[in-house]
Design a protein around this ligand. Structure first.
Ligand code: NDP
Length: 390
């Protein structure tokens, strides 16, 4: 029987890898909707190749272009944030959430309200509104499956285990583009340098977030939210080879590691085929050739984002929304050339300092409260960026 699938963020790095896996088994899937942003040509060619019912761009000003490119194909087109939520309500068996940033939250939430299985790459959703996503899934009976490689690894490590036996979870970090740079050079790191990852081929924003370790900070919070594991049981360790994605430690001292090549098609394919496994076109590791794997403690001075993640976990409530929004705005400031590489963590620290007295931990988590906190944090971050503008 074919499965109905929808891919949010189809034109991005995770989206293209998902399209790749689906295109390899055309008889197995009916593609309901594909969504993208400004890359209209790619979205249109994906929609034609997979025979999607509808293609949606997030941007109204891209609609005419999309319509013209798909003219005569019989594929419906739409644009805008409301259209993204509308297609999330179309019946599907499996939805990939791979929009980058907080924009991924509303359509992901809509998909969960329908009871649809949601493969979640968009970690920002869990960081900003984990409690809301989980309660929505519980009420509708929907399943959330992790797609982040570390969380897929933990998920696989927990199969058949009693969660009460888990003593610790260790997620690995490559250390990003600047892991071996002297600290004093970091202030002048350029956008091009920060946008190149030593091991993984990913979208630009997550690549820069790897260099600052904001990505790992989000993943610490994601681990806490996804698996309901206490923050003090969650660790991050630098593993430059990126072959072990995560380890789960049990109370008998056993440490189960998930080992695989740095290829997101494994985690995406695991979520696509879950609860079964299927052949995946990923490299098989030759352990003798690899010969060794190394690990080191993350340097707190180099990666202040990790301590900021600990603040989010201890504060709870809307702290995740504030942290993520400040981080996204600071990243915009770096990409625009208005602030330097190290200023990103400093901007987030400014926002945390200003907003930490505002009772964030006590606030109820609704879509409205999350979006309000997000907007307030972006405004504070913008003020900090303006002050720091070089
Ligand atoms: P990309 O930047 O490569 O792709 C992002 C996708 O979102 C594109 O389809 C883009 O459209 C679309 N998009 C951008 N802005 C908006 C918006 N405002 N509204 C709706 N759609 C938008 O990102 P990645 O694929 O790297 O990452 C996607 C998500 O997956 C992120 O949350 C990331 O943290 C997570 N993730 C990524 C991993 C990776 O290996 N890349 C690994 C683990 C998690 P367009 O390009 O057409 O403008």
């Amino acid at each position: 029987m074919t499965r109905r699938v929808t891919i949010f963020g189809a034109t991005g790095s995770i989206g293209c890898n998902t399209v790749d896996l689906i295109a390899r088994k055309p008889g197995d899937y009916d593609v309901v909707a594909l969504t993208g942003g400004r890359n209209v040509q790619k979205l249109a060619s994906q929609a034609r190749a997979l025979g999607a019912d509808i293609a949606v761009t997030a941007y109204d000003d891209c609609l005419e272009d999309l319509r013209a490119t798909l003219s005569g194909s019989g594929i419906e087109v739409a644009a805008g944030a409301a259209a993204l939520c509308e297609v999330a309500e179309r019946p599907a068996d499996w939805i990939m959430s791979a929009i980058v940033g907080a924009a991924g939250l509303p359509p992901g939430l809509k998909a969960l309200e329908q009871g649809t299985t949601l493969a979640l790459a968009n970690k920002e959703s869990l960081v900003t509104a984990g409690a809301l996503l989980k309660s929505t899934a519980r009420e509708s009976g929907a399943r959330i499956l992790p797609v982040d490689s570390e969380h897929s690894a933990v998920f696989q490590g927990l199969v058949g285990e009693n969660p009460a036996d888990v003593e610790r979870v260790i997620i690995t970090a490559s250390g990003g583009a600047f892991r071996d740079w002297p600290l004093e050079k970091l202030a002048n790191a350029t956008l091009a340098e920060a946008s190149s990852h030593p091991n993984w081929d990913m979208g630009q924003r997550i690549t820069i977030d790897s260099a600052t370790m904001f990505n790992k900070a989000l993943e610490l919070i994601e681990t806490h939210e996804f698996f309901d594991i206490e923050p003090e049981k969650i660790e991050a360790i630098v593993h430059p080879e990126s072959l072990i994605h995560a380890l789960v430690g049990f109370r008998d001292g056993a440490l189960m590691a998930h080992v695989g090549p740095p290829d997101m098609r494994h985690a995406i394919g695991y979520a696509l085929n879950w609860p079964t496994r299927d052949h995946l076109p990923v490299e098989r590791l030759d352990l003798a050739k690899i010969a060794q794997m190394t690990f080191r403690e993350p340097d707190a001075a180099r990666y202040p984002a990790l301590a900021q993640a600990r603040w989010v976990m201890s504060e709870g409530g809307l702290a995740g929304a504030v942290f993520n929004a400040a981080k996204e705005r600071a990243l915009d400031g770096f990409v625009d050339g208005r602030i330097g590489f190290l200023d990103m963590a400093a901007v987030v620290a400014d926002v945390i300092e200003i907003m930490s007295g505002e009772g964030l931990g006590l606030a109820a988590i609704t879509l409205d409260s999350v979006q309000e906190a997000d907007q307030a944090a972006r405004a504070r971050a913008e003020e900090s960026i303006t002050r720091r503008h070089r």
